[in-house]
Design a protein around this ligand. Structure first.
Ligand code: SF4
Ligand code: SF4
Length: 169
């Protein structure tokens, strides 16, 4: 599990994550192959919960006009698979981003917590931690095996450059 910058209690009071404007939103979490298998095996989720491009397939929000992750309990704002939530969910508000043939660590400043803290020492230390973690041999292997996870998000801020998966020895 990736260490978190945003306190869990802050997220529980925020409605910024796990909700999407469209059913085919690019912000819906993209899954690693092993995560798809674990969800199918351990949670017995319907295959309809996954899109053909290996994302979680959002469903219509019963309490609103938007779409929500099928694993979100919209009554208490909790993730029903929190202890096995996907890599992208653990990483957010940071994202892996492909830009100009570089793999970047970027941040989405639409997250209110990180928007306020981005220049703090706490955030700088966390970005250093993430850079070391994501540049580790184990994570580079993961990126190599799961190229779907390296996407091109727009309107996110670069905070660090990562090694390319083909740099694996
Ligand atoms: S937008 Fe930020 S503060 Fe809000 S739920 Fe997501 S990670 Fe937490
Ligand atoms: S898996 Fe959990 S954390 Fe990830 S989008 Fe769904 S409800 Fe949110």
């Amino acid at each position: 599990m990736i260490k978190q910058l945003v306190p869990h209690e802050f997220c529980l009071k925020c409605q910024g994550c796990c909700r999407f404007k469209q059913a085919d939103s690019v912000w819906s979490p993209c899954l690693l192959d092993e995560e798809i298998q674990a969800l199918l095996d351990k949670k017995g989720i319907p295959i309809a919960s996954l899109s053909i491009d290996r994302r979680i397939q959002p469903i219509a929000n019963p309490n609103g006009a938007d779409f929500i992750c099928p694993f979100l309990d919209s009554l208490d704002n909790r993730c029903r698979i929190y202890n096995m939530r996907p890599f992208e969910c653990q990483l957010y508000p940071f994202l892996i981003n492909l830009r100009n043939d570089k793999v970047l660590l970027t941040v989405d400043l639409n997250c209110p917590y990180v928007s306020e803290k981005i220049n703090s020492q706490e955030a700088k230390d966390y970005i250093s931690y993430l850079s070391v973690y994501l540049n580790s041999q184990e994570q580079l292997e993961m990126f190599k095996d799961n190229p779907q996870i390296i996407q091109a998000y727009e309107e996110v801020r670069e905070v660090a450059e990562l090694r390319l998966p083909h740099e694996i020895k």
